[in-house]
Ligand binder design. Structure first.
Ligand SMILES: *Cc1c(COP(=O)(O)O)cnc(C)c1O
Length: 466
């Protein structure tokens, strides 16, 4: 499988190349040249497979040419063997129509482990072949950072530099990053917001003074391999609920549009999906874009669901590319307009294409608390504030009652326990796999939010590509 850039100018790469590159050299994102498609019979034959085996089957077409299905299966077995639940992503029934897909059984308690545990192994596999060193630079509002650090700590040929906004991540999130003392892990707390951190990371990918010396890699969801790994649990959930003979809808708490784009990919691959509900908090750029075509950046409002406090959704570009007839040069122009004015209108083709599969919903603070309370009082389930946005969207979606609606539970309630306790009066207990997190020593460097200082810090501590 070949990967092409959404902006039409970067060279096509194979899967290994796209995984190591992260962002394309023209500023675009990599997507497969075409969507692989399974027949209904092929999907039916996947029913009942253990998760690691299903994962290898679903992802095999995407890695063709870089990994065999057998080798991929070894990697998925190792990655998902670290999960605390044998089913990896178990499904829980809430009421007649609503289900929860629990994606938080990995080491750092959020869905990002599902992709990053595999991505860490893919990096090691591909770097081992070339002997190259990789310098991962990432920005996090909390969950990507902890999941990525857990996935690559102590691995050969990889250094990770993770920027987080000083004072704006939860205690659990910070400690999950800063208590990892492996010498290849570098935590940086910057003075500034998540968007500032993300902008500096993107700048580093285009800074030839850095890219000439270092192979800069990405763990944010701009990296295609992350989305690919997330496609699997859409198959897992739908198969359990009767696919391919029955359609299923999904409600997805959304920030960077990565997780829900994986659902779009599953639909392109032949999984019968009735609807994908894009659930945002009050940072609602995606809700505005999908409901009236207005993709314009507002100010970020901090909420109890910080991993969705985003006003530029990187992966939306992948959808616009696909719905716009895959015209990279036209999309490059549309994105340049957005970058200059912080606003753009979707084209008619993009609006109509999106409306065929997606709907959207915005959840404010009171609705978020009400959804957490509903889960606890009616179903005996503690749900985290991100998942609560998905539940609110699912319960107000008006989907045909005969169609099951699966809400993706993106974080463990204990990861955001203050908000859960405020809403329910009940404090979620920390799973034992978190261990003595609050006793461990922390290590972190504080830097001002200026690019040159951060580039210099990375350059002094990273290993050149070799
Ligand atoms: C990252 C994250 C999201 C948003 O996912 P995207 O792929 O960025 O849309 C939602 N919930 C939680 C808990 C997260 O960590």
């Amino acid at each position: 499988m070949d990967y092409i850039s959404t902006r039409g100018r970067a060279p096509a790469l194979d899967f290994a190349g796209a995984t190591l590159a992260g962002l394309a050299s023209d500023g675009g994102l990599y997507v497969p040249r075409e969507w692989p498609r399974f027949s209904a019979d092929e999907i039916a034959a996947m029913a009942g497979l253990p998760y690691a085996q299903l994962a290898a089957k679903v992802m095999a077409p995407f890695v063709a040419g870089s990994l065999t299905e057998e080798r991929l299966f070894e990697l998925t077995t190792e990655a998902y063997g670290r999960f605390a639940h044998k089913a990896v992503t178990p499904l829980v029934q809430l009421d007649e129509q609503n289900w929860l897909l629990e994606l938080f059984h990995g080491p750092t308690l959020a869905f990002k482990d599902v992709a990053l545990q595999l991505l860490g192994l893919l990096f090691e596999e591909f770097l081992g072949r070339t002997g190259q060193n990789l310098t991962i630079v990432g920005a996090t509002s909390g969950d990507t950072g902890s999941a990525a650090i857990d996935a690559v700590a102590g691995r050969d040929r990889i250094d990770i530099f993770m920027l987080h906004p000083h004072g704006r991540v939860s205690d659990v999130q910070r400690r999950q990053m800063t208590t990892v003392l492996a010498p290849n892990v570098h935590n940086i707390a910057i003075d500034g917001s998540f968007d500032d951190a993300q902008a500096m990371v993107k700048r580093m990918f285009n800074d030839s003074a850095m890219t000439d010396r270092f192979a800069i890699g990405a763990v944010n969801s701009i990296n295609w391999a992350r989305l690919m790994a997330q496609v699997v649990y859409y198959f897992a959930a739908a198969l359990q609920l009767g696919a391919p003979h029955r359609k299923v809808a999904f409600s997805v708490p959304t920030g960077n549009f990565g997780d829900v784009f994986a659902g779009y990919v599953a639909a392109q691959m032949g999984l019968p999906i009735e609807r994908l509900i894009v659930a945002t908090n009050v940072n609602d750029i995606l809700h505005r874009a999908l409901s009236n075509g207005d993709y314009s950046q507002g100010e970020v409002t901090p909420t109890a669901a910080p991993s969705m406090d985003i006003q530029v959704s990187s992966n939306f570009e992948r959808l616009l590319f696909d719905l716009g007839g895959r015209d990279g040069l036209a999309l490059a122009e549309q994105m340049a307009g957005f970058e200059a004015t912080k606003a753009m209108q979707l084209t008619n083709a993009q609006r109509e294409g999106a409306a065929a599969l997606f709907s959207s919903s915005r959840t404010d603070a009171a609705e978020m608390s009400a959804a957490i309370r509903w889960g606890w009082e009616n179903c005996g389930q503690l749900i985290d504030p991100h998942t609560a946005c998905g539940i609110h969207a699912a319960r107000t979606s008006g989907i045909d009652p005969a169609v099951p609606v699966v809400t993706l539970a993106t974080a463990h309630p204990a990861k955001f326990r203050e908000a859960v306790e405020r809403a329910t009066g009940h404090r979620p207990s920390m799973p034992s796999r978190v261990g003595d997190l609050f006793e461990r020593e922390e290590r972190c460097t504080e830097l001002p939010g200026d690019y040159d200082g951060i580039a210099e810090y990375v350059a002094t501590h990273a290993v050149p590509k070799g």
